[in-house]
Write a protein that binds this ligand. Sequence first.
Ligand code: GLN
Length: 594
Amino acid sequence: MISTYVLFYNKLFKQMFEWGLVPQKFIVVSGGVLSGIGKGVATASIGKILQQYGFSVTAIKIDPYINCDAGTLRPTEHGEVWVTDDGGEIDQDLGNYERFLNIRIPKKNNITTGQVYKTIIDKERSGEYLGKTVQFIPHVPDEIKKRVISAADGFDIALIEIGGTIGDYENIPFLFAMKSLERELGRENVAYILVTYLPTPSHIGEPKTKPTQQAIKTLGESGIFPDFILCRGKDPLDDVRKKKIEIFANINSDCVISAPDVPSVYSIPLNFEKEKLGEKIMKRLQLEPKQKPDWTTWNQLLHNIENPTNSIKIAIIGKYVDTGNYCLQDSYISIGESLKHAAAHSAAGIEISWIDSKKYETGEETIKNLHEFDGIIVPGGFGASGVEGKITTIKFCRENNIPYLGLCYGLQLAVVEFARHACNLELAHTTEVVENTPHPVIDLQPAQKEILAQRAYGASMRLGAYCAVLNPESNVFKLYEQASRIVQKNNLTALEEFRKGILNDDKQVVVERHRHRYEVNPKYVDVLEKNGLIFSGHHLRNDDTKLMEYIELKNHPFFVGTQAHPEFLSSIEHPSPIFMGFVKACVERKEKRN
Ligand code: GLN
């Protein structure tokens, strides 16, 4: 009798699913034991698996800090600031989601404590609570749920990653809100995943499960019991330890998933699939697969990453490299990933050296060491520190035919270098560093000066997706064309549309994300062009100002600068055209030298 009911229910459910009547599903990912163990990548990997089963997936990052966004956070403290199409300055985990899921995520998918409280306080001040006492419960969880539901709207499945570690005070309201979401939507629509770490102390030599047991217990204080535990650790988790977690934490060992360190993060979805995580999650959420996964392309790309036919050496000459005794690469994570994406498509291996530009401010000898690299990148940056070292680096690349890629500040300083050494404008500079330089080749636009005069720093940046028109003769155009990244103006997405600027009659544009204040000074474009600098693309603003977006040089294997951050639109399946061009030039230099 019971089995007839089950059969009937399953059939009905299948039918509902086909009619699109199955409710939206939520997967909440939290972390235990310690931070920085790869919750973001785990979340992105789960999303990828579910995409492969045919679901539309989005991902939401909750950052429990009080900042309203990551815009004012120091990269050495918090890693890279990720930029969305709609101008959000966000935690770098959104980058992981986009790189894996190949979707464009808006800024509302990042929720912080600051945003939640600001909204509640603003509402209270404007009398929207109609005289009620405004309290932590229910108003804070309600605001959190509202934001989660709005970000999840339109997708089959939303993954919600809660930043920080279980046990942090600031996590509590978010866990409470998720539990409340489960109560409202039903247990079958919300699943919980805990990502933990199993340390292997060297004197013991085996992975210890106790911190994981404690994390499960702490999570229980919020009424949440994890459906799956992803066990991070140096090595794969064996059955003995899985059983131990089963017994001590009362979770079926089938739901304890091994998540060992791997050379490439792009192998993680495949590792999870070996343990049938996708099927298990679908079962838990009462979902039927919409399609059979096809990992062929992904596997091929991963194969290329793991078995490169060539190996190139790239130096990233930046500022935010050292903190104390440690070298922090997180502040440029998207650049490293974009290089890997391009390399995966060129079957090249990449060795990246992160070098502090100050090193090249001390004389000719050190700079010659750069000869050993196949390509050099000067990434984005702010302020005066290390700037002369970057300019020396750029001059060296220009004069010695070393492939050069300048990203944002890397374009601006390439313009400064060219002005100084190829146009005879000896003291040329950016006014960001020398305000009264006689040749302000990089300068603020008048409108931005006004904003800055009012100390409204947060509002003075050109942020988010902007369109550029490219010169069809340029190398940059060819790169975008090869990657099918030239878009028809009337095909822009809603997010891109709002920053498109006035583009006269140009019908074809390219879109990249931006995060900067200063621009190439239009007054110097002529003299720079006359001396051989090519401006290969521009953005035309409503007030008719032409903002230069790309530079390149003739008779150089690869010398390209962009005012944009193409690293924010690169994914493993669709690498950035600019990075593809750069990596290709590096491979060619390497082959020539062999
Ligand atoms: N500091 C420069 C500006 O504000 C460049 C910024 C960047 O590299 N993101 O324009």
